[in-house]
Design a protein around this ligand. Structure first.
Ligand code: FAD
Length: 294
């Protein structure tokens, strides 16, 4: 049995916002794969819940006339991985969320819950950072947008205002068109484990496919919140692809991250993972962008 005082199932976005305004302490529940664990652990025992699963307008994936891809927060990981728009335009994201937990979790867990729980190990986060995702937040005062890099404010903390919900995750065409990429999750086992380190790299090459035009390198668990390595990206821009360049990217990335020691791994091991995974992810990203295998 779960220790829940009451649950209200919202019927629309307006209804969910109204319920949250009336009861600011109530907790939004989507798939529940984080919230129910916290209730079971006692951290949210006795809470009041506002269910948003029935709100159809918060579900699904579409592309607008400008080529911007909209991923609504209630879309489950399984739907993301198998959606034709994701397979064609954002395959790295589909692959990254296919690393979450096991099939049951991927069928119930939503990308909105993954972003709003604010944890650095979230498997969607580094790839959403790499794609410069922009979040739409809706509250009693209307809608506003925020780049994902500004949404994470600290471990487990995000920039949701009072009674605000995440209502859309947007990736502009300029941020995915022509990019190839790869995500690597390092965990102690292949399934049902959260990342010891996650690394996402996407890049765009020149016409001859021998020079990096643009690189985005992002990590989870390399710091208290997901992060991009902007200096490493800068070091790669306009450079001829070579094993030496990959090494330089890796060393620059290592100088930017700040992982901690936890029971899963030491800081030193995570730094080694940053060096190793950034090279492996960039190498694969280059191949997916049309470049040669190094
Ligand atoms: C066995 C197990 C294995 C797991 N493995 C992984 C893993 O490998 N990788 C990984 O990244 N995660 C993993 N998770 C964590 C979890 O499945 C994900 O974080 C999932 O995305 C949470 O989504 P949800 O819909 O279940 O969120 P919920 O539990 O419903 O909500 C999570 C948080 O987000 C808030 N929230 C949800 N939707 C919104 C919204 N639209 N607007 C505002 N706030 C919102 C909730 O209030 C809550 O604070 C695992 C969990 C379990 C139980």
């Amino acid at each position: 049995m779960y220790d829940i005082e009451k649950i209200y199932d919202a019927v629309s976005l307006d209804d969910a916002i109204r319920a949250r305004v009336e009861d600011p302490e109530a907790v939004i529940i989507a798939g529940g794969s984080d919230v129910l664990i916290k209730i079971r652990e006692g951290k949210l025992a006795g809470c009041r819940l506002i269910g948003i699963r029935a709100i159809k307008e918060l579900e699904g994936i579409s592309m607008d006339g400008d080529g911007c891809i909209h991923i609504r927060p209630l879309t489950t990981f399984s739907h993301i991985t198998f959606h034709p728009l994701i397979r064609e335009h954002l395959p790295v994201l589909g692959y990254a969320v296919d690393q979450v937990g096991g099939p049951q979790i991927r069928n119930i867990g939503t990308i909105g819950g993954n972003v709003c729980n604010g944890v650095t190990s979230a498997d969607s986060a580094s790839t959403l950072f790499a794609y410069n995702a922009v979040l739409e937040l809706t509250g009693p005062d209307g809608k506003r947008t925020l780049p994902i890099a500004e949404f994470y404010t600290g471990p487990g903390h995000v920039g949701l205002g009072p009674a605000e919900l995440l209502t859309d995750i947007m990736i502009a065409k300029k941020d995915y068109d022509g990019f190839g990429g790869h995500y690597i999750k390092y965990a102690q086992r292949n399934a049902m484990d959260i990342a010891t380190l996650g690394c996402s790299a996407i890049c765009r090459l020149n016409a001859s496919k021998n020079t990096i035009e643009d690189l985005r390198l992002a990590f989870g668990v390399a710091g208290p919140i997901p992060m991009r390595c902007h200096k490493a990206e800068e070091a790669a821009r306009g450079q001829l692809i070579s094993p030496q360049l990959l090494e330089q990217i890796a060393l620059t990335a290592e100088s930017e991250v700040n992982p901690r020691t936890s029971w899963r791994a030491s800081r030193e091991f995570r730094l080694q993972l940053v060096r190793e995974l950034s090279q492996r992810a960039c190498k694969q990203a280059i191949i997916h962008a049309g470049g040669a295998d190094l």
